[in-house]
Design a protein around this ligand. Structure first.
Ligand code: BG6
Length: 306
């Protein structure tokens, strides 16, 4: 075991529920296993790669071809998108979706909560590397609470002396039985930016069903979404609920066959078993933070059963 992992275990492990170990490619990860659920979180990107409540199938989809490399985001789980969503507004050389998902985060704290759930706080501050990409002074924290539900709270504070604007997303990849038999409730009546059709604004008039590539930013919505997974063989017949705060935009993404094939870290037929519903600050829902101001974006994921 590396010195780093030993040191993390000495300072932050929680007997019987949380420890650190070497994950894929030796990258440090946190394993949580309490009476309510199991979960895994990489320090690279503060990236949750697994959540499984007791008695349920895995809730998050992970690409079997995910790469665990210092300069890459992990494909699947919950990438943390920050401080901009999508391509950088003015400089296409800057990384898509910001730098938080490829940064090495530090452990802030761990705690066993009275209700049996386990809490992990990861933190990220500006460095010369982040300031070269984005010239601002900040502190960012991801608080992950693993219980029957998975609660994820991304909080940023403007610790500098200049105002800044942030975009963000908890870019969650959900595991589903069959994309053709899934519907998503909660977005009916919303307008969305269709990122595959010249950013036209369109209306979602009924529950969302997906039968082709989708890449949409739903606007002005604080609604809870429910994925109804209705596969006939009932193996994954369940509902996944995503409740959110601090967000007025929700992104829905599925690359479908052709784009999946074109991505080196995405299995060819993986698009059939995943759907991204992203709790976001995207589109015009970016947030202005004056010096000293704080913004939290959070989501609670739960499995509602058959
Ligand atoms: C979604 C975007 O949030 O993420 C899509 O709306 C993008 O446009 C997708 O293709 C995946 O992005 P990436 O950078 O992880 O391949």
């Amino acid at each position: 075991m590396t010195d780093q992992i030993e040191a993390l275990n000495r300072q932050f492990s929680l007997a019987g529920q949380l420890h650190f170990q070497a994950g894929e490619n030796g990258q440090p990860m946190v394993k949580i296993d309490n009476g309510l659920a199991t979960a895994a979180v990489y320090l690279h990107g503060a990236h949750i790669t697994a959540f499984q409540p007791r008695g349920s199938e895995p809730v998050l989809w992970m690409s079997p071809l995910a790469q665990f490399q210092a300069d890459k985001a992990i494909r699947g789980g919950v990438p943390v998108i920050w401080p901009w969503f999508g391509p950088h507004a003015t400089d296409s050389d800057k990384p898509q979706h910001g730098f938080a998902r490829t940064a090495e985060w530090r452990v802030g704290a761990t705690e066993a909560l009275a209700d049996g759930s386990t809490q992990l706080q990861l933190v990220l501050n500006d460095t010369s590397v982040t300031r070269a990409l984005w010239p601002h002074v900040f502190s960012l924290s991801l608080l992950v609470t693993v219980g029957e539900e998975l609660n994820i709270e991304l909080t940023c504070c403007n610790t500098g002396e200049q105002a800044f604007t942030v975009g963000a997303a908890l870019h969650s990849y959900f595991a589903i039985g069959d994309i053709n038999q899934v519907s998503v409730d909660g977005l009916q009546g919303c307008e969305y930016i269709d990122q595959l059709d010249g950013d036209q604004i369109k209306l979602q008039d009924e529950a969302l069903r997906i039968s082709q590539e989708v890449d949409r930013i739903y606007l002005d919505t604080e609604a809870t979404c429910v994925i109804h997974d209705e596969r006939d063989d009932a193996q994954l017949s369940r509902q996944i609920q995503i409740k959110k705060t601090g967000s007025r935009s929700t992104v829905v993404w599925n690359p479908w066959a052709e784009k999946a094939k074109a991505m080196g870290d995405f299995s060819d037929d993986g698009y059939q078993q995943m759907l991204c519903i992203e709790t976001a600050n995207a589109g015009d829902d970016v947030r202005l933070l004056l010096p000293g101001e704080v913004h939290s974006l959070s989501q609670i994921i739960s499995v509602l059963g058959d």
